[in-house]
Write a protein that binds this ligand. Structure first.
Ligand code: NAP
Length: 273
């Protein structure tokens, strides 16, 4: 049993906390001195984890059994975020993936993926943000994926949903960064969790040279958080490559809206004619 940490960092709400990456965030954040609210569908697994973390870290741990693709369940978590002023951190982690190409994917399942990876994350963020701004204190950790910048590697809706997480986080950072709110987006590569089995390819079937232990992934992501990173790509050895990617994106901003189409399109506009 580790010694209870007497720090009081407020309450961290973690979605998808019953297993995998979310469960490790729960352990690490309790160890740091956060009380926890753990959200996922499996009430039993949540309770088991809550009991263990309470005993190990001496923190208050509440559980909310909720299917975040269901409006009524999602609304309960939104209400908690709106009303509980102790919440200082929201880890938007719950997510599902897919490995199949478009022609072999069921559109209903794709819509469910968007409901969890995009809609739930958005609604929970909207619920938490006003309180964070009012209290001038709060942080979002939004779990994206490397598929956000490499949508060719997995199911395209998954990549698209994670690109949304990165873009939405960029906007959040832009709008709330100077209002006392921290925003981090994490882009994990392949991480050893049940995610892969659920997505259709058990993690054992991947090239093990690209798979990171979930504990290492979360520890690196939290180190990135401590270092003040906006985007954390745990496996990327040369962090300057992300900075160059970001600079290239921003360098286009002054030029991507204008009255004239680019000359390479050969459009004879009224002004040019
Ligand atoms: P995981 O082991 O499958 O865990 C997913 C978590 O989300 C579980 O706690 C699950 O709990 C919960 N969840 C699933 N559907 C839900 C729903 N409808 N409502 C509420 N909770 C739900 O996957 P993971 O690897 O930890 O994934 C966590 C995040 O990391 C995801 O956003 C994923 O896209 C991202 N990520 C993972 C990898 C990877 O290689 N593993 C790589 C990049 C990004 P219940 O089943 O109890 O609901």
């Amino acid at each position: 049993m580790s010694k209870a940490n007497n720090a009081n960092l407020g309450t961290a709400v973690i979605t998808g906390a019953s297993t995998g990456i979310g469960a490790i965030y729960a352990d690490r954040l309790a160890r740091r001195g956060y009380d926890l609210v753990l959200v996922a569908r499996s009430a039993d697994r949540l309770q088991e984890l809550a009991n263990r973390l309470q005993a190990t870290h001496g923190r208050s741990v509440r559980t909310v059994a909720a299917d975040l693709t269901q409006a009524a369940d999602l609304a309960r978590v939104e209400e908690l975020l709106r009303s509980d002023a102790s919440v200082t951190l929201l880890v938007n982690n719950a997510g599902v993936g897919g490995t199949g190409p478009l022609l072999q994917s069921d559109i209903g399942k794709m819509q469910d993926m968007i409901a969890l990876n995009v809609t739930a994350l958005t609604r929970l963020t909207y619920a938490a943000a006003p309180g964070f701004v009012e209290r001038k204190q709060g942080a979002f950790i939004n779990i994206a994926s490397i598929a956000a910048i490499a949508p060719e590697i997995l199911n395209g809706v998954y990549g698209g949903s994670k690109a949304y997480v990165v873009a939405f986080s960029q906007s959040l950072q832009h709008e709330l960064g100077d209002k006392g709110v921290r925003v981090q987006t994490v882009l994990p590569g392949a991480t050893a969790t049940d995610f892969w089995r659920i997505a259709g390819v058990p993690v054992e079937h991947l090239d093990q040279n690209i798979v990171m232990r979930a504990e290492d992934m979360v520890d690196a992501a939290l180190a990135g958080f401590d270092q003040g990173e906006f985007a954390t790509v745990p496996a990327l050895q040369d962090g300057a490559k992300w900075d160059a990617y970001e600079r290239a994106r921003r360098a286009m901003h002054p030029e991507i809206s204008g009255t004239q189409p680019a000359s390479r399109y050969g459009v004879a506009t009224a002004k040019a004619a």
